[in-house]
Design a protein around this ligand. Structure first.
Ligand code: 4NP
Length: 156
């Protein structure tokens, strides 16, 4: 069965589009067949491109995320995706609250997939300065590698 992953943060303009991009790259690198998307628990940035600082850090790391557009998580996502991966524990708590009774997606925190970093959040860089986005990129890259390993076990 082809796994499918939805990354979820608050606004869907900083962390989750970067997680989506880093994971797409990692999946390509390790030849993992997987569907990938991202969304936010909030609706402020529906239809918006990623934050310019997120676009810049992605570009600096060889990925163009300018075509992505913000969207909000919806109840159907809990059946459409095999895995929903939250960027921090507030997002995860909101997802648990929003999950319909017939949800089938497995919920986790991104850094749960990184040995030694279980339970840790990917810090929200939105209100900080530009170098926060370099930390975000490092965290989502580590998470993407760990998650790809998790999904290889899911597939096999
Ligand atoms: P994200 O960052 O959840 O990583 O996309 C944020 C983006 C926007 C807001 C908060 C966090 N906001 O308050 O508008």
């Amino acid at each position: 069965m082809t796994p499918s992953v939805l990354f979820v943060c608050l606004g869907n303009i900083c962390r989750s589009p970067l997680a989506e991009a880093a994971f797409r790259e990692e999946a390509r690198r390790v030849k993992l067949d997987v569907l990938v998307d991202s969304a936010g628990t909030g609706d402020w940035h529906v239809g918006s491109p990623p934050d310019p600082r997120a676009q810049a850090v992605a570009r600096k790391n060889g990925v163009d995320i300018s075509v992505l557009r913000g969207r909000q998580v919806n109840p159907a996502d809990f059946r459409r995706f095999t895995h929903i991966v939250a960027l921090d524990e507030d997002n995860l708590a909101n997802l648990r609250r929003l999950a319909p009774v017939d949800a089938t997606a497995e919920l986790s925190l991104l850094l749960d997939h990184v040995e030694g970093r279980e339970g840790q959040p990917v810090a929200d860089p939105y209100f900080g300065d530009d170098d926060g986005f370099d930390f975000t990129w490092a965290d989502v890259t580590a998470g993407a590698q760990g998650l790809a390993a998790t999904l290889r076990r899911f597939r096999d």
